[in-house]
Every structure is written in C-alpha cells, then in structure tokens.
Write a protein that binds this ligand. Structure first.
Ligand code: ZN
Length: 563
C-alpha cells in the first residue's frame, strides 16, 4: 500500500485519542502513484489485491448476510464469504480478528464542499463532549500545523454538547483557548452566524480590523454584518487562496474517512455576496468545487463526491436555473466525482407566490432530479403538491425527486410523495438543539411506510457530519443534553445503518455499484473500533473507523485493524 497515504490519514493518538477523529495532517503530500489513470479511481493497480479475513462483515445485502472474509481487486469486491480461497500472488491479507465491518457510509445530503473551503486549518468540534475535549482537539491540531496558523471551527457543533448535561452550555473562553493553543490564533463559530469565540491572538487580529471582541473572547452573532459576520469575512479574505482550499478539501474528506464516510452527496451553498453579511453557509456556488476537482486531478481524492447544483432565485424566470439545465450534465463524471441534480434548493421559497412551481416544472421538463428541503409544518405540503402538479405535465415518477429533513411530514404526504416515485432524506440534526416540540423526523413512521428513504447528516453548519451521532439520535431519540425528544419514532441500529448504506444507493442512482458489500460492487468498507450492533448506546457516538477502504484502496488506517 502507499505509505504516504496511510501516514497522512493515521489517527493522532495520545491525549486526544477517541476525540480527534482523524483531522488530516497539515501537508497534503502528493500521492501521485494513483489517480484517475488507475481505472478512474484510486483503486488502481498500485495498491494490489486486498483480502480481509476473520471479520464480522455485515454486507447489508438483501439477506443481511454476515460474511467472514472478502477479497478485493481492481477497486471492486471479488469474493464475499467464509474465506477468500486463494486470492492470488501479491495479495495483502489483513486478519481482522473478529472486528465488525460495514459498507462504506454514504451521506446523501451534506455540505462537505463548504467544509473544504473554510478559512484556516478547519477543525471539527462535533465530537467534543467537554471544554477540555475542545482544548485537546485544538492542541492536537496546533501541534501539526505551523505556528501562527489559524485553527478554526465554523459550524457543525453546538455548545449544547461542549458541556456535560447538568452544566450550563457555553463556549470555551479566551483563557481556555490560550491555554490550549498559545502559538496559534483560534476562532470557533457556531451554526450559520455565530456567536463565536477566539483567543488572544485572534482577538488582536479581529480588533485590528474593527471587530468588537469581549474580554472573554466572545464575538456576538447574528445575520447580516454582525461581529461574527465581520470576523468570518476577515478570515476568508486573509486566508483563502486556491492552495489553502485544496488543503481544506483534503482535510475535510480525510475527516470523513476517519468516521467511515466514503461517499458524500454535496448539496451546495448560498451564493456568496462577497461581504461581511455572508454566513457560514455562503460560498461561490460556481467555483467552490474547483479545489476538489483539482485534488482529484492530482490523484489525491480519496472519498467519493457527488455534486448537486443549488439554485435559489427569486426571479420567476429563474434564468440561472434555465442556463444550468441547458448547459450542464447530470450524473456525469467518474466513480469518484460525479454531478447530480438540482438541490437542495431549486428556487427561492416554496409557496404559491414563489417561483417554486415554475422551477420544478423546468427541472421536470429537462428530465433532471430535484432535491428540496423541508423544515416547517407547511413547506413539504407546498413542495409535494407542486410536484404532483408538475407530474401531470412532465412525469417525474422515474426521476427520483427527494424531499430532505422533513421533521413534520405526515403519513398522508409521505404516501403522496411515494406515489410520485419520490424519496425522503432523513437526518438527526435535532440532536444538537432539538426539543420535544422541535423534534423529528418521524423515522419510525417513514421507514414503516416503505417509501425510498435514506440517511444523511446535513453537516456542516446546522449539524455534525459524524454519522454515528445521527445513528445515536435515530435509535435513541435523545438530544445532546440527554433529553428524550423523539420518542416513539426510534428505529433499530440495523435499520438506520441500512439507511446510511444500501438504501442510499438509490439516492445516488448507484444502487447497483454502491451501498453493500457484494461481489462486483465498488469496494468501499469500514472496519470499526467497536461492534456497532452490541455496544451500549452511550458508546455509539464514539464509533470510529480503524481502517477505511474506498475503491479497493486503504484510505484511512489507525494500525488497530490487525495484520
Ligand atoms: Zn442541507
């Protein structure tokens, strides 16, 4: 295997073990030995055939087969069964010693491209459960980057989980961040628009640009040109060039690989205004993918990226959407990078006075996939009724249109959407800050309905990317404060894992090649640090990959998987 890759992805051990989930290293060294020339994926001949034996390999196939061994060649599974027979010369064989293996996790709705374009050495805090966890994660990050390099966390976490239940949620203070990273400026910003916090070095930088910072490091949040908006904007202007974005893209994907996420369906960003009124969800929707494409061209893209095009126009003529449908290709690319449809917005608003119906009609006429999101008690009604109207003119029943999040969807609208051939993307984002009245989605009702459903994170602003947190919420109904908020709608671990793997193949239109461990399918799998199926609930959120394979290549390895 390629030593450079394994070193770059190896989990940092030490004080922060179990908390730091493989934040990538500072340097994105070249791994030129593989790439698009290797059969269109990193599973090229350089890695050679691979065999994993003596595992508990949950294939998630139609019979829920649990196998003991798999062999992999040229990026695909060759045999799946009790042994690998004679896998041939040059095969690297790994003895899993009973470890649990699942298919590579597919996240059918997130914002990984935004995460890759964050200013600074972006450092997820979604796995922190205390202020000292934050300090450990930041200290570990600081030790791997140059002195003076910015350590940043923009979105994906909530102060609700930075402090144990029973204590009042709060940010780390300036003094606490100084203690953790005295030689690096730090910036931690919650959700779309703060509030935020910083350390002494960061405070000096922001105040030098006229942004008010409290003595405790606090920076006020709010939409528009709030102090948080000013701070994020200053960092974007100062720190982001193309090489920094490429480094961020590699880091973001590596972070996902440490959690076992091998495929991301990105859902775009709000178009940047290029001002301090941009929030965490703003980027240049027309250029933000280019660093990822460049990483792929270098042969360094180790996880699969699927790209939806977000359109959010208020003009009823939706000129940009019209041009997109006229000039772009859907489902175009290779096994590692491929375009998708339009989403997670097709226009501004959903109501009768918005361009939603007109936009949906254009997408249907072009024969494209549409994906939209629902957060309120009324938007899914508008959306599904518009889909029904459009379907009478331009049938959408084969186009796999999706409504995402759906916290309040009713059985009636699930079945009406099902009749249109549609699907529902579910997520556990309520985990962070949900309550018994702001809960959902109704996992149990939706899974029982039989509609095409799949699982996603909706990371990186409002929610974490970590799939094990979402699985924890879906199976327990508990939020980050330990409050039961989604009672009666829990599903089993088997069910939610199926939503995150086999059932998500449908959302990519790749169910024949991704989502299960079966001969002939693309070889994506994850060897876990604990047995997902039997570990106590409280340890679910701490599940990590000890070895991730994507396209037949080992793309993350901690050294714990056995030899
Ligand atoms: Zn989203």
């Amino acid at each position: 295997m390629n030593g450079r890759i394994s070193r770059r992805n190896v989990l940092k051990t030490g004080a922060a073990a179990g908390v730091v989930a493989a934040v990538g290293g500072a340097g994105a060294g070249r791994a030129a030995a593989f790439g698009p020339s290797g059969g269109g994926s990193p599973g090229g001949p350089d890695d050679g055939p691979l065999a994993l034996v003596n595992g508990r390999i949950h294939t998630m196939d139609a019979d829920n087969t649990v196998a003991r061994a798999v062999s992999i060649r040229d990026g695909r599974f060759v045999t799946v069964g009790n042994d690998v027979g004679n896998p041939g010369p040059g095969t690297r064989t790994i003895n899993l010693r009973g470890r649990t293996v699942v298919p590579g996790i597919i996240d059918n709705h997130n914002h990984i491209v935004l995460m890759g374009n964050r200013p600074g050495f972006h450092t997820p805090l979604e796995n922190a459960a205390s202020i000292s966890d934050v300090q450990e994660i930041y200290a570990a990050r600081g030790s791997g980057i140059p002195d003076g390099g910015w350590i940043t966390t923009i979105g994906g976490f909530h102060i609700n989980h930075l402090v144990p239940p029973g204590e009042t949620p709060r940010f780390p203070t300036l003094a606490e961040l100084d203690e953790a990273v005295p030689d690096n400026p730090a910036y931690i910003s919650q959700s779309f628009s703060g509030p935020s916090t910083t350390n002494s070095r960061g405070k000096a930088f922001f105040e030098g640009r006229g942004t008010p910072v409290g003595d405790d490091g606090s920076i006020a949040g709010g939409f528009g040109t709030s102090p948080t908006g000013q701070a994020t904007f200053a960092l974007r202007q100062t720190l982001l060039d193309f090489e920094a974005r490429k480094r961020g893209a590699v880091d973001a994907l590596n972070y996902g690989l440490g959690l076992g996420v091998t495929t991301h369906l990105d859902q775009g960003a709000f178009q940047t205004t290029g001002t301090a009124s941009d929030g965490a969800a703003h980027e240049d929707n027309f250029a933000m993918h280019l660093p990822f494409l460049s990483v792929h061209e270098d042969g360094e893209l180790l996880a699969r990226l699927r790209i939806n095009f977000l359109h959010m126009e208020s003009d009823p003529a939706t000129p940009e959407l019209v041009e997109r449908l006229r000039n772009a290709f859907q489902f175009f690319g290779d096994d590692f990078v491929r375009t998708g449809g339009i989403g997670e917005f097709i226009a501004q608003g959903t109501g009768p006075s918005s361009p939603f119906l007109a936009a949906a009609r254009r997408v249907a006429e072009a024969g494209w996939r549409a994906e939209v999101h629902s957060l309120s008690t009324t938007d899914f009604v508008n959306e599904i009724e518009a889909f029904e109207a459009v379907n009478k003119e331009f049938p959408i029943t084969d186009l796999r249109w999706v409504v995402a999040h759906v916290p309040f969807i009713t059985e009636e609208y699930v079945s009406r959407h099902q009749a249109l051939g549609g699907g529902l993307s579910l997520t556990g984002w309520r985990y962070l800050a949900g309550s018994p009245s702001s809960n959902g989605p109704p996992f149990r009702m939706i899974v029982d309905s039989g509609i095409n459903a799949g699982m996603s994170s909706d990371g990186m602003q409002i929610a974490p990317m970590n799939p094990w947190i979402h699985m924890y919420y879906a199976t327990t109904g508990l939020n980050a404060r330990g409050v039961l908020i989604n009672d009666g709608q829990q599903i089993s671990r088997e069910e939610v894992l199926r939503l995150y793997t086999r059932d998500n193949g449908w959302f990519l239109r790749e169910e024949d090649s991704l989502g299960t461990i079966e001969p002939g399918k693309l070889a994506d799998l994850v060897v876990l640090n604990e047995d997902y199926f039997t570990v106590p609930d409280e340890r679910l959120r701490r599940i990590r990959s000890v070895l991730t394979v994507a396209g037949g290549r080992i793309v993350h390895e901690t050294g714990e998987a056995g030899r």
